[in-house]
Design a protein around this ligand. Sequence first.
Ligand code: DMJ
Length: 652
Amino acid sequence: SAVYAGLVLLSAPPGGGVNVRRGTRPVGEMLLRKLPGVSASGMGLRLSQKFVFLLFISGLVTLCFGALFFLPDSVRLKRIFLSKSESPAVTAVSEHGAREQPRNAAGEPEHPRRPSVSYEARTAGRAREERSRARAEPGGRARDHHDHHDAAARADRDAGFSGQSRDAFDYGKLKKCLFKPPLGSDGGQPSDPQARERRDKVKEMMKFAWENYRRYAWGKNELRPLTRNGHIGNMFGGLRGASIVDSLDTLYIMGLTQEFEEAKEWVENNLDLNSNGEASLFEVNIRYVGGLLSAYYLTGAEVFKKKVVELGEKLLPAFNTPTGIPRGVINLGSGTSWSWGWASAGSSILAEFGTLHLEFVHLTELSGNPVFTEKVMNIRKVLNKIEKPHGLYPNFLSPVSGNWVQHHVSIGGLGDSFYEYLIKSYLMSDKTDEEAKKMYYSAMDAIEANLVQKSPGGLTYIAEWRGGILDHKMGHLACFSGGMVGIGADDGELTKRQHYLDLAAEITHTCHESYSPTKLGPEAFRFDAGAEATATRLSDRYYILRPEVIESYMYMWRLTHDPKYRQWGWEAVEALEHHCRVEAGFSGIRDVYATTVSHDNMQQSFFLSETLKYLYLLFSDDDLLSLEDWVFNTEAHPLPIIRRNCPPEKIE
Ligand code: DMJ
């Protein structure tokens, strides 16, 4: 190598008798010939010439050392020169986006190495050392309770929840540290008889949807209720049973015990993670990873933990890009990943790579393996570095250059759950993740300054932004934002808290307005050419059993206890029963304005995981999956707030 040649040259005996040769000519001689006024023997150098020569050699050495950072992690030289603790904790981000991912002989991206045992042991060891050092410090105990950035916490973060091996996650401690039992004091049974009756109705709907799935589509991803068969689709690669995994926690909280046991047994014996096929990283994460995590946290059954960590590891190759921003599609069998064909210029989608944080942090908690958290923290790092037009986050980003590809901004599809995960990351960290908090509230400022609008009829809505031009439309997906702005209200600036709560209520009201006349809402609605929250295009009039509007009702109910939210939720129940219930399940409809209903023959898995769960929670007492203890992922799977220290009153 050049370093080696340089070192040999420096130690060459007079006369240039070096032993590194290219052909028959000594390398030292060849180099010295290039320097004007220097004889090939290298003797008789003037001081200035020696200086220039040394400068050249030291530049070369620095260059070669710097180049180590660009080598794949597996290269031996790198491991010798840079111990793991010194190397960047995340997939390396080159300043110039120049680093290519390691590829195998066939030119396909290499599978990431499983972190070696010695690395895990080293990290855990470091964590233990740091913990005992922190505790030995005077005043350390008091700080333990209050300073979330102390050495012990840092060490815990590095090594996972326990700082021990991957099997050491302390489920008992987690349960003890909750403020409320997950199912509340009485399964969330409401004292109000009307709410109880309505909740029972929702439970019956879940039972009906489940039984039909079980009868006609068992093991497939979704039920086709009109044709009474199963649907596989192309979102989950070779994975199957999306409706089963998505339903686990809903069945559990509703007390549908036998159904839950069947679902659990299927996961144990039939959920095959070694499957090939194109899977959406985002969909697999929110439905499968989210569903399995919740099932584990609610029940403590090891099978869910084992499966979810295994699945999480299979998602990691998607992050092998020059920036560490994952690509959207992954083959879980081969680890090959690529971008969606429809995404402009091979870009990754904000709502996809921005909706991994909650699940990946929990994968680290359960496995003790920091790699999951490192991957999502790197996404943050890239996003924080890049300039944002008017403080806004466009929806398309190149995983190669780390630059925005298009200036389309939306709080609906393509952008939505990125914002949701910022505030939820903060809440899930027990309000210690200040970076997420800052990002969320700055994004909110930009959204309010550029996108929030009032219609001529007085409805508040969030428009889309295309390179500075507003598109006065809101998607059904964007209606989750009522709930999001609501749960973020309390931690905003003191002077803005009431404003956020008002904004949340106004958005939820607008979305409710879009739910007419069938009391079900279109996929997108507009506020131009005289439209007031109505779909003006035929192609926007469908409703596929989506949850977002009901999700906002649920949060707004919990935050305000204004009875109108329960009333609006009940309207939706009646409309679902009337328009979407068919003989063998529930189906989406093609036109929410049509008098004669036309069904789309699909019972989406998110109907079971989200729509029915949010309705059930809306009619339950607040202590069922209390917001003090749980944060819902974007597929409504509850994940516990991570407490480094138990609330004082819970310490025995
Ligand atoms: C769900 O899979 C999730 O809520 C996701 O964030 C958006 N789309 C669907 C429901 O509409």
